[in-house]
Each structure stands twice: as structure tokens, then as C-alpha cells.
Write a protein that binds this ligand. Structure first.
Ligand code: ZN
Length: 281
């Protein structure tokens, strides 16, 4: 049984390695504030997903008070409640929980005093229940991300709903917590499914800033892309994944940079207030 669970987890991990279904490489340059350009004469270094991102390059500025990165808590019972102000971000981590990586991310978030939302794949939560429980114990919000990371646009409505429900039930049964948020795998939604999710006590989390941490680029490139995209928007929900080593590697740099540029990390808390009101009426 244990072996079967491990195999299932490995299969899901393989599926998830191409989470967004996009190419695994991306053009671009590492000549960024996070990774200063090398002179043309220096030997070309091959970027590795495990390259550590140095934490104190001059270009970042300094984060004097890591606790100052934490913003307000937003109580959310429907999509319309998620209204962010300028320089406010929400951190979201999809596809886990994953051994080692999720725990590393939890300890970094704790160090910086910020809370995130983890959108868990049902099958992953069942394979690693103790990690899912640590996410909740650390005070983060949780949601589901279907049971097996299915592309719901390729399923019938009924099959898609069954996938969503099975995923939510798995996350809830493992964590004993309200998995009130939902994210569509591959961000592949439909109007009808969005409506169903909203009517069934969950809030769809959309994405304004895609870190694209699933591309096979260096951690520095991920942090740079994320900051560049965020600066263009000024605020937003950031999509990250707690199944990639490069995400954990670059997270301290990203959080340091967010603080240095005056951003605040908003904590989402799911509330069933609107449903309660509806029942009472
Ligand atoms: Zn995903």
C-alpha cells in the first residue's frame, strides 16, 4: 500500500513537472538586477536550477525589518472580496505538498513573517498528509487544485466537477481544514465551471503575476521575471509552485526585493460569511 502511494506521488510529480503545459525552456538573459551581467570575455556559465541566489547584492537594497513585509489580512468569501491596493501582493503556491521543498518554503515564509495560500493537488495531499498539516499549522490558507491536476477544459462538465470535488475532499480530509480556495490547473477554466466553484463554497484564485517557475531557468531568472511582471502591474496575486527547487532557492531574494520596494504581502482568509448569510435568509 505504502509503495502504491509512493508510486502515485511520483506519477503526479512527473505530471506536475510540466504544470502549465508550456515549453520547459525560455529565452532571456540573466543580465538582471538579481544576476549582474558577466563580461563577454568570461566563460559562459550554464544556469542550474540549484544555483543559489545570493541574498545581498547591492542592487537589491536592504530589508531592515523582515516583519515589515507582512500586510493586512483579507477576509474573502467571494472573488469580489479580493481587492488589492497598489503595492499589495498575495503569494500562492500550487501543486504540492512536496517533501523537502514545501517545508523549505514554509521556513522561509516564517522567517519573513508572511502568510501564503497553498493550492494543493488532492493526490499530493493524500501522499504527504503530514506536510499538508504543517502548512495549516503554520497559519497559511489552503485550497485545492483538483485531485490529479487535470486539465478541466478537456473534460465533460460532470467529470470536471467530480475532479474538483474529489480534490477538495482529499485536501479537507487530510488537513481537517476548510480548503476554501480553488485554482484551475493550467489556469484552464470555463465560465460554467467558475460559476459552479463559486456556488459551492470556494473562491477561484486567479493570477496576475506568473513567476513561470516551472521553466528550466535559474532561480535568479525566476525572481527577476516575477519582479518585472509585478512592477508592470503594481500589485497582484503571484503564482508560484512548492514543487520546484528553484522556487525555494529564489524565494528569500524575491521576498527581500519585495520588502525593499515597499510591497506588502496580504494574507487571504477564506470566510463562508456570504453562505451563512444566504442560509440564514
Ligand atoms: Zn498546477
Amino acid at each position: 500500500m505504502f509503495v502504491r502511494v509512493l508510486c502515485a506521488a511520483a506519477a503526479v510529480a512527473c505530471l506536475l513537472s510540466s504544470c502549465a503545459g508550456r515549453p520547459q525552456t525560455e529565452g532571456g538573459t540573466l543580465a538582471t538586477p538579481f544576476a549582474p551581467a558577466k563580461s563577454l570575455s568570461s566563460p559562459k556559465k550554464v544556469a542550474s536550477a540549484d544555483d543559489p541566489v545570493a541574498l545581498t547584492p547591492v542592487a537589491w537594497g536592504r530589508l531592515g525589518n523582515p516583519g515589515g513585509l507582512a500586510g493586512r489580512t483579507l477576509s474573502v468569501s467571494s472573488l469580489s472580496d479580493i481587492k488589492l491596493n497598489h503595492k499589495e501582493v498575495v503569494l500562492t503556491f500550487d501543486d504540492g505538498p512536496m517533501p523537502k521543498k514545501t517545508d523549505t518554503i514554509l521556513s522561509i515564509l516564517n522567517e519573513y513573517g508572511v502568510k501564503a495560500t497553498f493550492l494543493m493537488v488532492g493526490q499530493m495531499a493524500k501522499a504527504h498528509p503530514e506536510i499538508a498539516q504543517r502548512v495549516v499549522a503554520a497559519g497559511h490558507s489552503i485550497g485545492s487544485h483538483t485531485y490529479r491536476h487535470a486539465d478541466l477544459q478537456n473534460l465533460s462538465f460532470d467529470a470536471a466537477v467530480a475532479e474538483i470535488e474529489k480534490g477538495r475532499d482529499a485536501v479537507t480530509s487530510v488537513t481537517h481544514e476548510d480548503a476554501g480556495f480553488f485554482r484551475f490547473p493550467y489556469l484552464a477554466d470555463t465560465r460554467k465551471l467558475r460559476q459552479w466553484v463559486g456556488q459551492n463554497g470556494m473562491v477561484v484564485l486567479d493570477v496576475q503575476v506568473d513567476s513561470k517557475d516551472y521553466f528550466g531557468v535559474s532561480p535568479a531568472a525566476v525572481a527577476t521575471r516575477t519582479m518585472n511582471e509585478l512592477r508592470a502591474h503594481g500589485k497582484g496575486i503571484i503564482l508560484l509552485h512548492d514543487i520546484h527547487a528553484r522556487t525555494a532557492s529564489m524565494l528569500p531574494a524575491l521576498l527581500t526585493q519585495l520588502g525593499a520596494e515597499g510591497y506588502k504581502v496580504v494574507r487571504l482568509r477564506h470566510s463562508n460569511a456570504s453562505m451563512m448569510t444566504a442560509w440564514l435568509n
